[in-house]
Design a protein. Structure first.
Length: 249
């Protein structure tokens, strides 16, 4: 894999990793969506994606012990378990679908969902197994097609009337499952070489420190603040993703 550890590249990697870490620590999601396009630009997707996955796994190891006490495994297990099936299906669909079209569609759907949630709408039904399986299945498909599988699950949990601590814990546990699946896929694909491991080790220190900052900010925030920050993250990511697709498509 080609990797250019120039000072400019490292500065860019460190800055975006720090921003992503704060967001991940506060909201429980969003880091991968933030760093993926920048990593791809700076070091290429074959290096950037494995680094991102390793950082996400490190984040899960840091955040999961605390989240474990507050998450609802009856919700998390069907959300994450179904992705074992639907991620490979999404990869197969990628071979026959224009990824740029998919990326734009996802961004538009997420923006529409943000507008709906921002208007005050909430899902007052129960998070039953069928509901969780549906959201998890869609997340897996989008992960396989475009690498952006988080929004369906994030939107479902934000739309519910669940407390911020529980929603954040559910998201942390969910991404722990999906990132473990992704890590196994990378290992089987032989994409974890010395460059990737060394880069992830260096950036991991920055990422974990930033996560700690984000976690402390979350402890001082209320449910409404968490909801609006999470919506803001989804908005920024979807707008940037949509703009990026038109610039590079």
């Amino acid at each position: 894999m080609e990797f250019l550890p120039t000072p400019a590249v490292w500065i860019g990697l460190v800055l975006i990793t720090a921003v992503a870490g704060v967001v991940r620590g506060f909201s429980g999601f969003g880091a991968g969506l933030i760093v993926a396009p920048v990593y791809a630009l700076l070091v290429g997707p074959r290096v950037g994606l494995p680094i991102m996955i390793l950082l996400e796994v490190a984040a899960s190891l840091r955040l999961l012990p605390e989240a474990y006490r507050h998450c609802r495994w009856r919700v998390v297990v069907p959300l994450g378990g179904i992705t074992l099936v639907t991620i490979p299906v999404g990869v197969l669909l990628l071979k026959t679908t224009d990824p740029t079209v998919i990326q734009r569609l996802i961004a538009i759907v997420v923006l529409g969902s943000v507008v709906l949630l921002g208007s005050g709408w909430s899902y007052r039904g129960r998070l039953t197994v069928p509901v969780c399986l549906t959201a998890g299945a869609l997340s897996g498909l989008l992960t396989g097609i475009g690498g952006v599988g988080g929004p369906p699950v994030v939107i479902l949990l934000l739309a519910s009337t669940t407390a911020a601590l529980t929603s954040r814990s559910d998201l942390i546990a969910f991404f722990s499952i999906t990132q473990t699946i992704a890590l196994v896929s990378l290992l089987l694909g032989g994409l974890l070489d010395g460059n990737v491991m060394l880069s992830a080790l260096v950036l991991g220190g920055v990422f974990l420190l930033a996560i700690e900052m984000g976690s402390r900010l979350f402890r001082g925030a209320g449910d409404q603040t968490y909801r609006w920050v999470a919506l803001a993250v989804l908005t920024v990511v979807s707008v940037v993703s949509l703009a990026w697709s038109f610039l590079t498509g």
